[in-house]
Design a protein around this ligand. Structure first.
Ligand SMILES: [Zn+2]
Length: 352
């Protein structure tokens, strides 16, 4: 229904050569479905065709409700042509699903730390470039190594325990009903024209930016050290995104993001609202959100970190010590919460 209303207004704007108004769209949706306030749930359990259809409807609502769009709701409809064609197409592929999941989180981007004009540019870039998110299909040996680490991590009791523990502190458990089988979790690398997006999560799937996981290889270090940093950075990203998967699985909503959990707190489904559930898990595991690449060119203790990596991969209980590792941590107060991890050139870090 959301997509149909969007398409009707889009076609009208094109025909009449008028601006498209997200405000008019939201007003119409409010008349059609007064019971839906704000975001719309995307059930975790849907199969792929319905999942894509549900995502598309939620994408429309997420855009309408974003404060950036609410502040500037009128836009040249030509900017939305790619999105309109995307909604029209009957493609229900993995690729389309990956783009849908990107858009559903992108549409929720919280931009309160960005200048208004920058925030608007960001949204235009989402509409014009979301289709550059493409699933990578050729993997060289470095990627094979990442896949192998991914498999090892989810066969490791200690790694899974940390993710479960972290989310159990947020979500009220429903015994017997909400145990997530991490064997179902897939890893997908994507390419895109969004160099600042590190990754996001989907249904039983973690999407990571293929280019960004290789950033460590550009550091002025010996090859072994570059590889070590790349692996630790990769593990942080997997930990972060796997937490989002688990949170959304447990609350049965792929359109859900911390910190927007207040209505779930009211329903007694969530114990506490958190700024960013991915960070909460990173902090549990690494005691902070570690800036691996920047640490690597300062005082990082490679020997300590190598020992730590070996412990992770051998399923040993790990107790990371920031002081011993000599790593730097991000101040998570400066992060924007949304649904995926994105780092802007301006220095702001966005975690979707
Ligand atoms: Zn996150």
């Amino acid at each position: 229904m959301e997509v149909e209303t969007f398409m009707m207004l889009y076609n009208q704007s094109i025909e009449k050569k008028e601006l498209f108004s997200f405000k008019v769209l939201l007003n119409q949706l409010n008349v059609l479905t007064p019971e839906i306030k704000g975001k719309q749930q995307v059930p975790y359990s849907s199969e792929q065709v319905n999942l894509i259809k549900n995502c598309q409807n939620s994408i429309v609502r997420n855009f309408c409700n974003n404060p950036v769009i609410k502040k500037n709701p009128d836009i040249n409809p030509l900017v939305l042509t790619k999105l309109a064609n995307f909604f029209k197409s009957c493609d229900f592929s993995e690729q389309k699903l990956a783009q849908c999941l990107f858009l559903i989180h992108a549409a929720k981007t919280d931009c309160h730390l960005l200048e208004d004009i920058k925030a608007r540019e960001l949204f235009v870039s989402y509409w014009e470039k979301f289709d550059t998110i493409t699933i990578k299909t050729n993997y060289d040996s470095v990627f094979q190594e990442f896949f192998s680490i991914f498999k090892t991590l989810f066969q490791s009791r200690n790694f899974i325990d940390i993710i479960n523990k972290s989310i159990d502190e947020i979500v009220v458990s429903k015994p017997g009903k909400d145990t997530y089988n991490f064997n179902n979790l897939k890893l997908v690398f994507f390419e895109s024209e969004f160099p600042s997006v590190n990754g996001y999560s989907g249904k039983d799937c973690i999407y990571l930016n293929a280019k960004n996981v290789l950033n460590s290889f550009e550091l002025p270090l010996e090859n072994e050290k570059k590889l070590l940093v790349a692996k630790l950075n990769f593990i942080s990203l997997v930990l972060h995104e796997a937490s989002h998967v688990l949170l959304r699985f447990k609350l049965n909503d792929l359109n859900l993001s911390s910190p927007f959990l207040d209505d779930r707190v009211k329903k007694n489904e969530v114990k506490k609202n958190v700024k960013e559930c991915g960070f909460e898990t990173e902090k549990k595991y690494f005691k902070g959100c570690i800036a691996w690449n920047i640490s690597a060119i300062h005082k990082i203790d490679f020997t300590y970190c190598e020992g730590f990596l070996n412990n992770i991969l051998n399923d040993k209980k790990v107790d990371f010590e920031i002081e011993k590792a000599n790593v730097e941590i991000y101040n998570d107060e400066l992060f924007h919460s949304s649904g995926f991890s994105i780092v802007f050139e301006s220095g702001f870090n966005f975690f979707f």
